[in-house]
Design a binder for this molecule. Structure first.
Ligand SMILES: O=P(O)(O)OC[C@H]1O[C@H](OP(=O)(O)OP(=O)(O)O)[C@H](O)[C@@H]1O
Ligand code: HPA
Length: 175
């Protein structure tokens, strides 16, 4: 069995859309400082591109969450494996995700981060697979809605590979 990747969203389109998202975020935040929370590892590439294109004052922090394998993932158990370096009290926070699938990760993060009393808390994702949603989450900024296919590239992996592809592709298995 061999794997191949079919381009779903070309590099230029991804970068153009991120610039548009950054413009909207800049307009919404005005003169205030925004703290981007990059959810490791998938959103590293997206967070960097977004941060570079937001006008004004940007702070960055990182968080890593995981589920205990497929079984517990379906039960919605999410665990923090690397927490933020700094408190969120009084800050304008934007959670940056690469993809929303079931919605469980973001739903958990939303509750967890809200409890830290930020001034504002918004959610942003590069990709959204609405057909897979199990938990309802309201997202403020969405890059692309995509069909229910397994995607890689621009930070997204399959068994930790393909994150470095500069475009979004669909992973295909061939006999
Ligand atoms: O909406 P959900 O069903 O919760 O799925 C989305 C989550 O799954 C992926 O992370 P993953 O656990 O693959 O970690 P990674 O970012 O390190 O690849 C993605 O980055 C989201 O965090
Ligand atoms: O389509 C996907 N690709 C990679 N990681 C993911 N995590 C949730 N959905 C996906």
């Amino acid at each position: 069995m061999t794997e191949s990747v079919r381009v779903l969203i070309p590099e230029e389109e991804v970068n153009k859309r991120i610039k548009e998202m950054a413009e909207k975020i800049s307009a919404d935040i005005g003169d205030e400082t925004i703290t981007l929370i990059c959810i490791l590892k998938g959103s590293v590439f997206f967070s960097c591109e977004l941060a570079k294109n937001i006008k004004g004052s940007v702070m960055l922090d990182f968080m890593s969450v995981t589920s205990y394998g497929d079984d517990t993932k379906s039960s919605g158990v999410v665990k923090i494996i690397k927490d933020l370096d700094d408190p969120l009290e009084g800050k304008n926070v934007l959670v940056v995700e690469d993809i929303i699938d079931s919605g469980r990760t973001l739903s958990y993060l939303l509750k967890n981060l809200k409890a830290r009393n930020p001034k504002s808390l918004r959610l942003c994702t590069l990709l959204d697979k609405p057909d897979r949603r199990v938990v309802d989450v309201s997202v403020d900024y969405v890059g692309f809605e995509i069909p229910d296919e397994f995607v890689v590239g621009f930070g997204l992996d399959y068994a930790q590979r393909y994150r470095n592809l500069p475009y979004i592709g669909v992973l295909e298995f061939n006999e």
